[in-house]
Each structure stands twice: as C-alpha cells, then as structure tokens.
Write a protein that binds this ligand. Structure first.
Ligand SMILES: Cc1cc2nc3c(=O)[nH]c(=O)nc-3n(C[C@H](O)[C@H](O)[C@H](O)COP(=O)(O)OP(=O)(O)OC[C@H]3O[C@@H](n4cnc5c(N)ncnc54)[C@H](O)[C@@H]3O)c2cc1C
Length: 450
C-alpha cells in the first residue's frame, strides 16, 4: 500500500503520456501533464511522424483499462493480414491470424491522441499545453518550462518522462545519474505518401489489410485511414545504393523509381511527385539505456526509454503496456522509488526483446514475405498451431494477439524458427514433412503457454 502522496507530473501529452494520465487519474492520483505542443483539440493535431499506426492486442488491452477502447475503435480500420504486392505475379492477402478475432487495427495518430487526452481530462487529469520542459532541478523539485516565450517554473513531486525519443527529461536525468544512453541509427529512412479515395469516395485498394510491396533492400507499405485514404510509407537506405534517398533525391527520380519498381502504385498515388518533394525523410533508431529511473524522483516510459524501429508496429503498443505496468506498480508499492525500480525491472527485458524483434521484422517484411521458403515455413507454422494448440503459437500471434511478455515471445520464436527451418529444408511443400519428428521436437522444446 502507498504511504506517499499520490501526485505525479507527466512530461509529454502524446500517446503514452495521455494514456498514463488517464490510468492514474482514474485511480485517484493528482496528475499534471505538460505538453510542448498546443491543444490538438483546439489547434488541430500538429503531426510529426507517422500519420497512422497499427494497434494490436497489447495496446487495445491498455485502452480497455482506461475505458477508451470503444472511442478508439470507432475510428479504426481493421487489418486482417498483409496484402503482398510482388513485382511479378499476383498480389494476395496473407492472414495474420486464424480469423477476424486475430486482427490488428489502423488508427490515426491525431485522433487517437485526442481520445486519450479527452479520457485523461474526464478522469480529472490537468493538461497544460504549450509547456515545453527545458530543465529540471531534482533536488529542489522544480521543473522549468518554456510557455509562450516565457519561462515558467513548476514544483513537482515526481516526474514521468513520456516525452518521446528525443526526451528532454532523459537528458536532465542523465546529468545527475548517467543513464548509459546508446542510440543505434538504422541506415534506412522513410518518407510518407498518400493514396486518396477513389472518384466514388471509396478506398482504392483492399481496405482491411496492411499492404506491402517488398523489394529486397527496400519496400513500400500502406495502412488504411478511416477517411478512405491510405498512408504509404517508402522505406529505403539513406545512401550508398540504388535506390536510396541519396540516389532518389527528387520527384523526377521518384517517378522513375515507382515506374520501375512499384508500377501498380502509380495510378493510386496521383500526387506522388508533390508528396515526394514536400515530405521529409524520417530517420529511425533504436535507443538503449542502462537504467530508466532516478530513485523516486523520475522515470522514463515509452519512446523516451526505449524507442525502436517501427517494423513490428509495436512502439506504441509497448508504450501502452508500459503505462499499465507503471500504474500497477505505483498502486502496489509503498514508495515511488520502489515502484519505479519494479517497473524498470519488469519492463526493460521486454522492451529489449521487442526492439530486437522489430529490427528482425524489417528483413522479413522487405525481403521474405514473397519468398517461397518463408511461405512454406508459414504454412508449417499454421499446421503446427493446429496440431499443438497453446504450445506452438506463431510468432506474429505471440507478439500481436497475446500479452505474454515480449521476452518470452522472443525466446519461443527463436526455438520455433529453428524447428520450421529444419523441417522445411530442401522441401517445396508440406508433403514430405516427417510429422513424427516435428511433433516430437515441438513437445520436447516448447512448454504449453500459460
Ligand atoms: C514511421 C513510424 C511508424 C510507426 N508505426 C507504429 C505502429 O504501426 N504501431 C506502433 O505501435 N507504433 C508505431 N510507431 C512507434 C510509435 O510512434 C511510438 O512508439 C509512440 O509514438 C511512442 O509514444 P510516446 O508517447 O512514448 O512518444 P511520442 O508519441 O513521441 O510523444 C511524445 C510527446 O511528448 C511531447 N514532448 C516532447 N518533448 C517535450 C518537452 N520537452 N516538453 C513537453 N512535451 C514534450 C511531444 O510533443 C509528444 O506529444 C511508429 C513510429 C514511426 C516513426
């Protein structure tokens, strides 16, 4: 049981900050949220990166805890699987799960943020917009914000850093307690483009899917939006090869790239040239820290603690799991210091596991999803799921449809991948599989999942 005051100040009113505010205010905490941007409900959402996001079970579960799931799902589009568009051959849907109970959802970042801010406020959280954290005096318990050109100093009891990958709070903690920060930049970046609705107002391509155009060392993906558009993201290296953002620097080069490599998208993206010139190239990185908290005075969550590359669509889902875990530890521990330590001990191995799986999934998405060996392994994965329910659970299902710790999903996925590769080596169908051997391996290497 808690003996300290139930008061907390959250830096960042983005996805994690707003959700944590809701979860804590709901439990009776006094919550102050300081967000650098203006109120998106008044001024419109001031973008940033990725217009839409894939929401999976981990994130949905957290939204249910805050009572925000219904409002979010009203604006979401269901994605049943990946719709793969090879350069040669027929495009087609590869389902993620067994049926429509195993799907993910595409949601607009701004709409999601607004639902979460409204939810937090409805539970009594105090939201302060246009407050950019500049510096913190941890000993005095004072935080300095930049507010409409004016310096404003606010007292705090404890701070939560939900201020994203470039976290200012992280930098401030690091000055008094080195956090062992290490950023690994991906040598690939991204650019967003748009598929508008068709002339009749409908979606131009299958709406209930995450589309992928895999091309080896680069790819395009497209996620649906509820206003019947798709946000297309082109991922490719920054430099050094063709194509890269260095060798495809402008609209003319982009036109040539798309004519050659993504010809079926040309009629879908009428503003390709404009989008390519107008939209910036985004960078991607994985952030590792040795520690996430400063005794009972500050803790980091979400991207501020463990930013990851977006290829498993789990950064926000993981950040939302953080919020649920932190709220639970804050309720269960007598002191903030104990709660922050318990939170870090629980979540750090899981964050590192999903960071690793996110990096691995880039290769799967851009290079494997139209590969015959991969498709055969996927067939075997589904067959083994049928033969060993609750024991052999496909990798994607463990990450996206379940809430088992990411570290467990990673460890089991590695064992399963070996079984799949060994059993399909040199085969082009499941005909020649020695089921006795494969079943025995599954039983020997995988315990049933709780
Ligand atoms: C291209 C791309 C695609 C992605 N796709 C997915 C996906 O499909 N699914 C998924 O789960 N994740 C996805 N992610 C990851 C996801 O965007 C992040 O993991 C998620 O936004 C993290 O939430 P957060 O609240 O920790 O940080 P953020 O969303 O970055 O929020 C941080 C907030 O803090 C505020 N802030 C920053 N500095 C200060 C300051 N000094 N003072 C006050 N406020 C401050 C910011 O304005 C912002 O509102 C994607 C990421 C990218 C780049």
């Amino acid at each position: 049981m808690r003996t300290e005051t139930r008061q907390i100040s959250i830096i960042g009113g983005g996805l994690a900050g707003a959700l944590l505010a809701a979860l804590l205010a709901q439990r009776g905490w006094r919550v102050e949220v300081y967000e650098r941007r203006g109120d998106p409900r008044v001024e419109g959402y001031a973008g940033g990166r990725s217009i839409n996001l894939a929401l999976a079970e981990r994130g949905l579960h957290a939204l249910r805890q805050a009572g925000a799931d219904r409002d979010v799902l009203k604006q979401a589009v269901m994605m049943r699987g990946r719709f793969v568009h090879p350069l040669q051959g027929e495009p087609g849907l590869q389902r993620y799960g067994r049926d429509d109970s195993e799907v993910i959802w595409s949601i607009n970042r701004g709409e999601l943020n607004i639902v979460l801010l409204n939810t937090a406020e409805s539970y009594g959280a105090h939201l302060h917009f246009d407050h950019r954290l500049d510096k913190v005096d941890f000993d005095a318990g004072l935080a300095t914000f930049h507010h409409h050109e004016v310096e404003t100093v606010r007292p705090f009891h404890a701070l939560v850093g939900a201020d994203g990958a470039g976290s200012t709070l992280r930098g401030q903690i690091d000055k008094v307690l080195p956090l062992g920060e290490r950023t690994e930049w991906l040598d690939h970046g991204y650019k967003e483009l748009e598929i508008p609705p068709a002339a009749n107002g409908d979606f131009r391509i299958e709406p209930n899917a995450l589309h992928i155009w895999p091309r080896g060392h680069y790819m395009c993906i497209a996620l649906p939006n509820d206003e019947r558009t798709f946000t297309v993201t082109l991922f490719m290296p920054h430099a050094g090869v063709w194509p890269s953002f260095e060798t495809v620097p402008d609209a003319d080069a982009a036109q040539t790239l798309f004519e050659r490599e993504f010809p079926d998208t040309l009629p879908l993206i009428p503003e390709l040239r404009k989008d390519f010139d107008d939209n910036p190239v985004g960078s991607l990185a994985t952030l590792y820290l040795d520690r996430w908290h400063l005794d009972g005075r500050a803790v980091l969550i979400g991207d501020a603690a463990h930013a990851m590359v977006p290829f498993h669509g789990q950064g926000m889902n993981c950040a939302f799991e953080d919020c649920v875990a932190l709220a639970e530890h804050l309720e269960a521990n007598a002191s903030l210091a104990a709660a922050f330590a318990a939170f870090e001990a629980q979540r750090k191995p899981d964050a590192e596991a999903i960071q690793q799986m996110a990096l691995e999934n880039y290769i799967e998405m851009r290079d494997k999803v139209d590969d015959a060996d991969f498709l055969l392994q996927r067939q075997l994965e589904l067959a083994l799921q049928e033969r060993h329910p609750g024991r052999f659970v496909p990798h994607y299902a463990m990450v996206s449809f379940m809430r088992i710790p990411y570290s467990v999903a990673l460890q089991r996925s590695e064992v399963q991948r070996e079984i799949l590769i060994d059993a399909t080596r040199g085969k082009d169908s499941l005909e020649g599989i020695d089921w006795n051997v494969v079943d025995a391996e599954v039983l020997a290497k995988l315990e049933p999942l709780a």
